[in-house]
Design a protein around this ligand. Structure first.
Ligand SMILES: NC(=O)c1ccc[n+]([C@@H]2O[C@H](COP(=O)([O-])OP(=O)(O)OC[C@H]3O[C@@H](n4cnc5c(N)ncnc54)[C@H](OP(=O)(O)O)[C@@H]3O)[C@@H](O)[C@H]2O)c1
Length: 263
């Protein structure tokens, strides 16, 4: 993928990995628009990255998604890259029936429905561009599921499969499909509640210490790695553990699953 002179829409780009990607793409000389639900976070991001465009949007809401796509194409006719990055992760215990499922935001809507619909909303426009790309942010957990986050794991595995199918469908066009597969990244807001609980259960040992053996990259380091791989047209981009899991045979994935989920 050519890194310069793109017009890029990043969902959930005000914080964490999305912000890292926004910063890296801006540095390469692209126009970058980020979305999210919290206006305050978007304004903070714009203050840190002058030139960044921001737009409030809840991608779980069908009408807001449609408005976003329409606004982005009208306001930025050169729009040619969508980064489906917005995501949430929750600990859900299905042995409680539907209690946990219904007690918070819907991962199916945010992590799976939104990227699929945003891709479909923008594809006709992308097909009219000289070159375009869709980047879907999945997770190492797409390959080694987390028992604590069964729905999150399932949405990421589904987005992985969707990315393969869409890439093949578009192979004769000028729209490329990339999958970005982050490993654990700690300087983000993902699953703050679940991470706080597991930290407390581990006696308050900071995540940086507990997970030092995994060598988690910062959002900025991971984003720089993603851009380097995009420049080489690597379709599925992992890092560290997620890179290993992406390529691992089934026996190795089963071993990692047992190690990660205790048993
Ligand atoms: N951090 C990790 O260890 C890790 C590992 C693997 C994969 N990932 C993936 O990386 C992506 C980015 O996550 P992150 O770790 O950088 O966490 P993060 O800092 O919490 O970023 C997620 C972003 O998504 C936005 N968002 C959430 N729900 C939204 C909605 N309904 N509509 C619009 N925006 C929404 C959030 O902003 P608002 O709350 O303001 O809307 C936030 O800016 C996610 O897809 C995540 O699954 C992360």
């Amino acid at each position: 993928m050519e890194l310069k002179n793109n017009t890029i829409l990043i969902t959930g780009g005000a914080t964490g990995i999305g912000f890292g990607l926004a910063e890296a793409f801006l540095r390469e000389g692209s126009t970058v628009i980020v979305t999210g639900r919290r206006e305050g976070k978007l304004l903070e991001a714009r203050a840190k990255l002058p030139g960044l465009h921001v737009r409030v949007c809840d991608v779980a809401d069908a009408a807001q998604r449609e408005d976003l796509a329409k606004w982005a194409v009208e306001r930025f006719p050169a729009l040619n890259v969508l980064v489906n990055n917005a995501g949430i992760q929750r600990d859900i215990d299905l042995t409680k029936g539907v209690e946990d499922l219904l007690s918070g935001e819907d991962e199916l809507k945010v992590d799976l429905e939104a990227p699929i619909y945003l891709s479909a909303l923008l594809l006709p426009h992308f097909l009219r561009q000289e070159r375009a790309a869709i980047l879907n942010v999945t997770s190492g957990i797409a390959f080694v599921p987390s028992v604590k986050s069964p729905l999150y794991s399932a949405t990421k595995a589904a987005l992985h499969t969707f990315s393969i199918a869409l890439r093949q469908r578009l192979k004769e066009t000028d729209v490329r499909v990339f999958e970005v597969v982050p490993p654990m990244v700690l300087d983000t807001g993902l699953n703050a509640e679940g991470r706080a609980k597991s930290r407390a259960a581990a006696g308050g040992v900071p995540d940086e210490v507990r997970f030092a053996f995994l060598k988690p990259p910062s959002s900025a380091t991971f984003a720089a790695h993603v851009l380097a791989k995009l420049a080489e047209d690597v379709p599925e981009i992992g890092y560290g553990t997620s890179e290993a899991w992406l390529k691992a045979p089934r026996e190795e994935l089963d071993r990692m699953f047992r190690q990660m989920n205790g048993g």
